[in-house]
Design a protein around this ligand. Structure first.
Ligand code: NAP
Ligand code: MG
Length: 405
């Protein structure tokens, strides 16, 4: 069989622990036998980040902006315990995801991978709901204080042009607590653009919700900027594709979401997205079945699994045990990146391969062969057998070869 050719490379970011092991197995069994893979490889494993003073993360982000598509393995974000585990670390390096997101000015979209044999808690959901969380500002960059006695707090902005504006926040007659929040027009606009871009690429409706009836000015700005971007840049494309951009109050969106069939993208402010993404992920099933795509305002995409490096399984693996770590979200990161590359390059073969890889993975699960984390989630009466990661990957490879033959 002739291997599928790639016109343009994708950025490949290798990572840490169990997911790094899975990474190698996925490439060896599911990609390299079928695709003449072209990647620009960056080793984001913790020790290599340390050796390069984290320059490798910046280089990988730059390469992603240049090539437009990346696939990333989960990586360790060092904390105190990791500093002890890896004494050679010269610094507590920042989260690579944070560095890459800041460089690309991107928004992360999280989507569950769903299966007929694992029903979501919400009975009406038939298709995945993708959550887009704004990743800058509001409560996450707020300043707070507690005051003891009566008094008045004011909000003052001092412009560099010398102009000053002031508002009274509140006059209180006893102890009180205060918080100052902000966001920037630039960040909100980048968020809006990433959302519209991603909705177009997925051919799905976009919902956006805030609380602008109460937060008339603050949330009102979010609503205004989304509407402006839609009208000026994306409306024509949405209409051509038959898609809807839909703004509603967050309370209404929650109610509609629960009653919906799914199959849309829901954009949320930072805190709302934090809460709703955990709710949606839990209701759909498992962290091991969540994918994540970082999308920049110009449509650059970086694909990854939502879960971490699965440390506990890695220590078992190091002791020679065969683990049953679920590779599905990492496989879908690869298939997503290859499909996107294929779309951008006009390569139907590569798009077809990405789809076949997903079909083979889901087909294997539906045949009852799965990693053990999924066994407690399947519908009663569904016959399923737990296997090791390698057995699972071999079963997918067999199906994939048959699909592509
Ligand atoms: P984690 O790696 O997601 O794992 C937490 C637990 O969830 C695992 O111990 C396992 O449960 C279960 N799990 C997650 N993914 C699984 C899979 N694919 N198959 C089977 N079970 C799975 O989170 P963590 O332990 O909090 O973090 C570990 C490291 O990952 C940390 O160093 C953190 O910095 C990093 N991290 C990286 C990213 C990223 O790069 N995007 C994201 C999050 C965390 P059982 O042990 O019960 O089987
Ligand atoms: Mg959370």
């Amino acid at each position: 069989m002739d291997k599928i050719q790639m016109m343009t490379p994708i950025v490949e970011m290798d990572g840490d622990e169990m997911t790094r092991v899975l990474w190698g197995w996925i490439k060896e069994r599911l990609i390299l036998p079928f695709v003449d893979l072209k990647t620009e490889y960056y080793d984001l494993g913790l020790l290599h980040r340390n050796e390069t003073h984290d320059q490798v993360t910046i280089d990988a982000a730059k390469a992603t902006a240049r090539l437009g598509v990346a696939v990333k393995c989960a990586t360790i974000t060092p904390n105190r315990a990791r500093m002890e585990e890896y004494p050679e670390l010269t610094e507590m390096w920042k989260s690579p995801n944070g560095t890459i997101r800041a460089y690309l000015d991107g928004t992360a979209f999280r989507t569950p991978i769903i299966l007929p044999c694992i029903k979501p808690v919400v009975k009406t959901w038939e298709a995945p709901i993708t959550i887009a969380r704004h990743a800058y500002g509001d409560m996450y960059k707020a300043v707070d204080m507690v005051t003891e006695g009566p008094g008045t707090a004011t909000l003052t902005f001092r412009g560099e042009d010398g102009q000053e504006r002031s508002l009274t926040v509140q006059t209180v007659d006893g102890p009180a607590v205060w918080q100052g929040q902000h966001n920037t027009e630039k960040s909100i606009r980048a968020f809006a653009r990433s959302c519209f871009q991603y909705a177009i690429s997925q051919k799905q409706d976009l919902w956006f919700s805030t609380k602008d009836t109460i937060s008339k000015v603050y949330d009102g700005e979010f609503k205004r900027i989304f509407e402006e971007e839609y009208a000026n840049t994306y409306q024509a494309e949405f209409e051509k594709l038959g898609l809807t951009y839909f703004y509603t109050l967050i309370d209404d969106a929650v109610a509609r979401c629960i009653r919906s069939k799914g199959g849309f993208i829901w954009a949320l402010k930072n805190y709302d997205g934090d809460v709703m993404s955990d709710m949606v992920a839990t209701a759909f099933g498992s962290l091991a079945m969540m994918t994540s795509v970082l999308v920049s305002p110009d449509g650059t995409m970086e694909f990854e699994a939502s879960h971490g490096t699965v440390t506990r399984h890695y220590y078992k693996y190091l002791k020679g045990e065969k683990t049953s770590t679920n590779p599905i979200a990492t496989i879908f990161a690869w298939s997503g990146a290859l499909k996107r590359r294929g779309e951008l390059d006009g390569s139907a073969d590569l798009v077809h391969f990405g789809r076949a890889l997903e079909e083979a993975s889901l087909g294997t699960l539906m045949s009852g062969i799965m990693t053990r984390d999924l066994l407690p989630l399947v519908e009663p009466g569904f016959q399923a057998r737990g296997v090791t990661s390698e057995e699972f990957l071999d079963a997918i490879a067999q199906r994939l070869a048959a699909l592509l033959a």
